[in-house]
Design a protein around this ligand. Structure first.
Ligand code: SAM
Length: 234
């Protein structure tokens, strides 16, 4: 699976993903992250990629041309004919686990990171297929959101997690949060691991975990719990 990130700060993308599980996935070539520097496609002497907004207002806007040229060059190099092109923006659909699962089916995904006040609308209209936000707050750039997406999608690629079942029973499956987890020691500062987890009785453990998932979801995410209940009824 190939992620192509159009960015003004390739070093952020490269530095942010080459550790831990995503780093190992790249080493094993299960996932490939290709950070493309938009500035390399600036056609002026000073490598300028932004300008003042028409109509006035604060800040600068990323220009259409270098982004379009970077995209065009990338399209010449990749095999996928109509790859999904994601613009990371607070104005997009909020990213969630089902979306990650959907994106994990692709071979190539292009992620466009904005900066400053954003990107000239015309190039967005020309190349973008998906507008994605990572939440209702405004960040300085699209690099962190792109890394969030890459991390969440990569771990769903077969072979990336050591144990493929660890992505199977996780939060948001069936609209539930995951049950609480414990590891050694059995007693930590007088707090004991629940007995059932030490019983070796798999059916009881499963039942306890399901119950905990439901309770936790009801308490922490009533919106998800409503969906879970609704699904069970229908
Ligand atoms: N002026 C824009 C607006 O009000 O919608 C915000 C621009 S923001 C300062 C700069 C860039 O950061 C955006 O172009 C986008 O790529 C990225 N960004 C900021 N917040 C984001 C979020 N919540 N999700 C995804 N991308 C975000």
């Amino acid at each position: 699976m190939n992620f192509h990130v159009l960015t003004l700060f390739p070093e952020m993308i490269e530095g942010g993903l080459n550790a831990s599980i995503t780093g190992r996935a790249m080493e094993k070539e299960l996932v490939n992250v290709n950070a493309v520097n938009i500035r390399d496609y600036a056609m002026n002497k000073h490598k300028r990629v932004d300008d003042y907004p028409y109509g006035g207002g604060a800040g600068m806007v990323m220009q259409a041309e270098p982004i379009y040229l970077a995209y065009e060059d990338l399209m010449r190099k990749i095999n996928t004919k109509n790859p999904r092109v994601v613009y990371l923006t607070p104005q997009g659909q909020t990213f969630h686990q089902n979306m990650a699962q959907d994106f994990a089916k692709e071979n190539d995904i292009i992620l466009l990171c904005g900066h400053y006040e954003g990107v000239d609308e015309r190039v967005l209209e020309m190349i973008v297929t998906d507008y994605v936000s990572i939440g209702d707050y405004v960040l300085t750039g699209g690099e962190l959101p792109a890394m969030v997406m890459i991390d969440a999608i990569s771990r769903l690629v077969p072979g990336v997690l050591h144990n493929d079942t660890s992505a199977e029973f996780e939060s948001f499956q069936e609209d539930l949060l995951e049950y609480p987890q414990y590891t050694r020691p059995e007693v930590f500062m007088d707090k004991k691991v629940p007995d059932v987890l030490l019983s070796g009785h798999h059916a009881n453990i499963e039942a306890w975990r399901k119950e905990q998932s439901v309770l936790r979801t009801k308490e922490r995410r009533p919106d998800l719990y409503e969906r879970y209940i609704h699904q069970k009824i229908t």
